[in-house]
Write a protein that binds this ligand. Structure first.
Ligand SMILES: *Cc1c(COP(=O)(O)O)cnc(C)c1O
Length: 382
């Protein structure tokens, strides 16, 4: 079976992990954690990085940092991996789901503006001026764009929209390490961005995440909250409810090694993407995700649409090519059925019905790529 997406471990991973074991620095204190944070922040062009045990934890902390509570709404795209929505729900906030653009599958900015225009108003409170949903009377505190599949929508427009409506942006950049829009890296457009290093992401620590920000106070608070909010080095004094969310040194050590080889990983992903595009262009009704002008994506997971998605999915998995459908749209899941969903044509449903992801590991060989393409073409000849 050619796997869908597995990590590439060809650098100093074992050497650095062994270093942790031999020195006894295996837990949440240790130099690899700081080094990994710095490497990610530097790579993304952010001032600070705060490592967490996974991306979901990072998204949770990012919202706590902005004071998001059960009195708030957070705007998210209707097509994303469940973790985005789970993190919103952990804070008690209520999501507002926005349908996606039919071409690039990112949050549809026209629908977003239309919602903000017609269903919210600015109100001034003690904490400042914010948009409020005029039906629920909840504050609309933040937008959480998701750079779906490492692609990036028009972030200049989103930043402008956020400014007009007094919203903060928390970027779910969990899939987008290595992706840029107008030469600016994913995760650095809003107040906070979060990366993930889960097993299937472009680089992996087994499990892990990093929050990036340019705001020193937020970075400091993030570090505090992820380490049980302890205020004294000696005494067990804590000044608020904290979390045990910090990344451990052993995993950060893997991350440092993965970052050392990241330029090659990224190159391999782009070559994989270019090969698939050249070979599958014009095959049956296959259509690719559109890459917006100005976006340089990391080509994380190759995904396309076809009206025969279910049949093709079946065929590929039976013929040694591991493939997966897209995430079920959030509005179709029981937990979010009651939440506000802003849509005109429910594009999410058709993107979901037609999308399929095919093997995209950074270490995939030329032969494997050719076999994937051959198998797809054989399916359409039947
Ligand atoms: C992977 C992922 C996350 C969560 O990251 P974990 O590190 O697995 O917790 C969140 N959102 C999206 C869109 C993801 O793909």
């Amino acid at each position: 079976m050619i796997p869908l997406s597995i990590p590439k471990i060809e650098g100093n991973e074992s050497k650095y992990v062994l270093d942790c074991l031999n020195t006894g620095w295996i837990s949440s204190a240790g130099s690899y954690v700081n080094q990994f944070e710095e490497m990610i922040a530097n790579y993304a062009g952010a001032k600070y990085g705060v490592a967490c045990m996974n991306g979901t934890a990072g998204l949770h902390i990012a919202q706590i940092l902005l004071g998001i509570t059960e009195d708030d709404h957070v705007i998210a795209p209707n097509i994303t991996f469940i973790a985005t929505l789970n993190a919103i729900k952990y804070t008690g906030a209520t999501p507002i789901l926005i349908d996606v653009d039919p071409e690039n599958w990112q949050m549809d900015l026209e629908l977003l503006v239309n919602y903000l225009n017609t269903q919210t108003e600015l109100r001034t409170t003690e904490a400042g001026t914010f948009s409020f949903d005029t039906t629920t009377n909840k504050r609309v505190r933040a937008i959480m764009p998701v750079h779906v599949l490492g692609n990036i929508g028009d972030m200049d427009s989103m930043v402008a929209i956020a400014k007009t409506y007094h919203l903060d942006i928390i970027e779910d950049s969990t899939e987008a390490l290595g992706s840029t829009f107008n030469d600016k890296h994913a995760g650095t457009f809003g107040k906070l961005g979060v990366f993930s290093f889960n097993g299937n992401k472009i680089i992996s620590t087994g499990g892990g995440g990093v929050i990036v920000t340019d705001d020193e106070a937020l970075a400091k608070k993030a570090r505090h909250l992820t380490t049980q909010a302890k205020v004294s080095a000696m005494d067990y004094i804590h000044d608020e409810i904290g979390y045990n969310y910090r990344l451990v040194n052993v995993l950060a050590a893997i991350g440092v090694a993965q970052m050392e080889t990241f330029p090659e990983t990224l190159k391999a992903k782009k070559a994989m993407d270019a090969f698939y595009r050249s070979q599958l262009e014009g095959v049956a009704d296959i259509k690719f995700q559109e890459i917006p002008k100005g976006t340089d994506p990391n080509c994380w997971l190759f995904t396309f649409t076809t009206s025969r998605m279910r049949e093709l999915l079946d065929y590929l998995n039976k013929n040694g090519v591991q493939s997966r459908p897209f995430w079920m749209p959030m509005n179709q899941l029981d937990m979010f059925k009651e939440d506000i969903y802003i849509t005109e044509k429910d594009v999410s449903a058709s993107v979901y019905q037609n999308s399929i992801s095919i093997p995209s590991s950074a270490g995939i060989t030329k032969e494997q790529l050719e076999r994937v393409v051959r198998t797809i073409k054989a399916f359409y000849r039947n």
